[in-house]
Structure formats: C-alpha cells, structure tokens
Design a protein around this ligand. Sequence first.
Ligand code: SF4
Length: 319
Amino acid sequence: MQKAPHNGIKVGISSCLLGAKVRYDGGHKQSRYCQNVLVKYFDFQPLCPEMAIGLGTPRKTIRLVKDDDVIRVVASDGSFDVTDDMNKYSRETSATLHHLSGYILCAKSPSCGMERVTLYKAGTNNGQRDGVGVFAAQLMKDHPLLPIEEEGRLNDTLLRDNFITRVFAYHQWKCLVEDGLNLAKMISFHAQHKYLLMAHNPALYYKLGPMLSGNSGHQIEQVADEYVALFMQVLSTLPTRKSHSNTMSHLQGYFKSHLNSEQRVDLAHNIDKYRQGLLPLMAPLTLINHYLALYPDPYLVQQVYLHPHPDELKLRYSH
Ligand code: SF4
C-alpha cells in the first residue's frame, strides 16, 4: 500500500477493502482507489466486525434472519448464532468512533453493508434485499452526521465527489469544535462555505445563516449542534449542473469590473456549456480560479467551493 503523509483526517473502513484477508473465504475485497489514492489523504482506521467477534478466517458465511421483529445474525447453515456478540461489538465499537470524519463500508455484508443486504425470512431460504448490516446500522444510528458510503458507490464520480467533499468539510467542522467554539468562528466557517452550500442546496443554505444571528438565546453548543446538522444535510444533497452554474454566475459577478467584454462573454459561455453538459465542472472553475489569481478578492479566496478537496484527486474533471 502506497502510504503518504496525511493531514490527520481519520476515516473508518472495512478492513477487507484495504486488502486484509479477513473475508469468510480467506480473501479480501481490495479497493485500489482506497488503497492507492485515498490513503494519501485519509488516515484509515480499518475494522472487521466478523474477525473482531472471533469468527476467524476462513469461516462459514453468516446471514441476517428476520424472526418476528428481531434481526438475528446466524450461520447460513444454521449451526451457530452470533447475534448477541455482533450487537455487543457494534454498540461498544461504534461508541468509540467519534473521532472519525468519514467511513467507507463494504457492500452487501451482513455486518458492514449499509443497504440492500439480504434479509432472510426465518426458517426459509427466501430473502429480500432490504436489510442493513448490523455494524453499519449501529454506526449510522450513533453518528447521523458522519459521511458514510459504500465502496462500490464511489465508482460514481458524483457520489465520490460528494462523499469526499463531506469528509473534508466535516473534518474542518470537527477541528473548529476541538479548537473551542464561539460564534465568531462559526460565522467565519459559514462564510467560507457559502458558495459550496449554495451549490448543494440553495433553499436550505438560506436557513443556515440566521441560525448564527446570536438572537436565539440558546447556548453556543446547542446552536452549533443545530447548525452542523443542517450544514451536513445541505452537503448531502447532490449538486446539479443548474445549481453549480447558478453558483458560478454569482462568482462571475466578483470580476465584473476587471474583465473586458470578451472575457466576460467567454466565462459566461464556459458556465453555460457546463450547464448543458458539454464541459466538465473543472473547465469554468479553472477560468474562475485563473481570474481570481489575477484579481484576488479576499472573500472569494477563502471560498471552500473553489477547492473543497485536493485538486490532485481530480474529482471535478469527469462530471
Ligand atoms: S465486509 Fe466487514 S465483516 Fe466482512 S470481511 Fe469485510 S470488514 Fe470483515
């Protein structure tokens, strides 16, 4: 695994995705993207719930079984039941993961799958793909703001960009909280994320600012909890070509007095071509960053929207 200096962003991951031979068949589910690319930016914390409860490898496969309203975790051949062990491990481990800024899970696993895990009807071999892995369910319940994604979904460039954007933003928020909360810092954080939030969900973005007015009479911790819950909800909305284009049109306004008419038309043209799907997001953004370098604006320079994650990840080149 190619390991490079990271910036302390801690991200949980199913161990098998990093090439650990912990699966039931003695194999792994190595993700090259996680192991070769993301590892340069994230400090991965690998966890394997099934190994942790002592199932060993190779082992018999386990499955989720719905018995009345109770979900049980049993060997596929019915020879053992590890429901209590898996529930206990999931509860206790999840409670120790508040330092994480993201989590990447292995799909379809009765332990790690975050959706569409086969859930069997007790006493039958009939299953519906509507279950959630036991550990994943506990993780999502205990950490509702934590960006969590299945590795396979990261092949979708939009979902990948969105997940990594949320991890970096959540990490920034956690650093702010660790540093000591006050209203001025939260207002500055909000200002830096203004255009990113607008690109994701303009309607909800407009609800965030008033939360920091200082008029609510609430304790700062309560204001922060309510703010970050809505902040992460906004970022969870996938931006569209329309919302990105509208955001970039706002940014274009900052250069009004600097650009000649030919340059203004060219930038507007680039934004419009992106809107129509004829150019990737990176094309108009490169022009905007170019003009920002020529005509620096202190408010614009601090905008996370222009660099929500390292450019080297090339997340905005293909959509
Ligand atoms: S999916 Fe989860 S439980 Fe299964 S091998 Fe991978 S890390 Fe272990």
